[in-house]
Design a protein around this ligand. Structure first.
Ligand SMILES: *Cc1c(COP(=O)(O)O)cnc(C)c1O
Length: 234
């Protein structure tokens, strides 16, 4: 997790435009203008809409910047269709409650996974054990509903774990009402070699979870039964 305030300050000192992709945090957890960023981008497909049924994007910033961006966008033809705009507008009204629930549920699940004997490592900045936990506490109101963890073994073992899950849906998106699960080595980063993935810290047994709005206890129970099956299958 980079030192975001130092990046914004560096850009300002060198008269550069600073821009941040705030998709994973959402404005509930992180507000870039308050930390010195000129522009923030969102895939509104994720937390902002939160229901996995539209594809949309947002750019936020000072009017002078947005006016220039809007002109270019109009020329390029990027316009959201009215129904998608209607859905996104409605869903923004529940953004706060959705993300705060997802923050709390993900933290609970990260803690559960961290102490589980079938899990070798959990990546979630809300955990005290995360190397940038102190920085995350200073920057974010919450650490979002997305986390990842490592299972011992290869990508086939991770795929067997995923197949045993009953609640999270296998899909590469995030931030919606339904929990989603994805194995980066088999989906998002399948185009890289194992060595290239390893250099980025993406092991074959890495599993990404996007926590939705299900009852946390139901997700814990499901993860636990899938992990117990893992012990038998390895
Ligand atoms: C999904 C995603 C995108 C791409 O957005 P789409 O709405 O799927 O086109 C860009 N940045 C981040 C961080 C994302 O998670």
């Amino acid at each position: 997790m980079p030192d975001l305030e130092a990046i914004a300050a560096f850009a300002r000192a060198h008269s550069l435009v600073s821009m941040i992709d705030n998709t994973f945090a959402s404005p509930v957890n992180f507000r870039p203008p308050e930390r010195g960023f000129d522009l923030s981008l969102h895939s509104a497909t994720k937390y902002l809409n939160g229901h996995d049924d539209i594809v949309a994007g947002v750019v936020l910033g000072a009017t002078a910047w947005i006016d220039r961006i809007r002109k270019r966008l109009t020329h390029l033809g990027g316009a959201l269709d009215p129904h998608a705009a209607f859905l996104l507008h409605r869903r923004l009204k529940t953004l706060g409650v959705r993300v705060r629930h997802q923050n709390a549920s993900a933290l609970h699940i990260a803690r559960f996974l961290e102490q589980h004997p079938a899990v070798s490592r959990v990546h979630y900045p809300g955990l005290e054990s995360h190397r940038h936990h102190a920085r995350a506490r200073g920057l974010f109101h919450g650490c979002s509903g997305t986390l990842s963890f490592e299972l011992p073994g290869d990508d086939a073992a991770a795929a067997r774990f995923m197949a045993r899950l009953r609640l999270p849906v296998p899909a590469p998106s995030l931030g919606g009402v339904e929990s989603l699960v994805m194995i980066p080595a088999l989906i998002s980063h399948v185009g890289l070699t194992a060595a290239e993935r390893a250099e980025m810290g993406i092991g074959d047994g890495l599993v990404r979870l996007s926590i939705g709005l299900e009852t946390t206890e139901d997700l814990l129970e499901d993860l636990d039964q899938a992990l117990r099956g893992q012990e038998g299958s390895n």
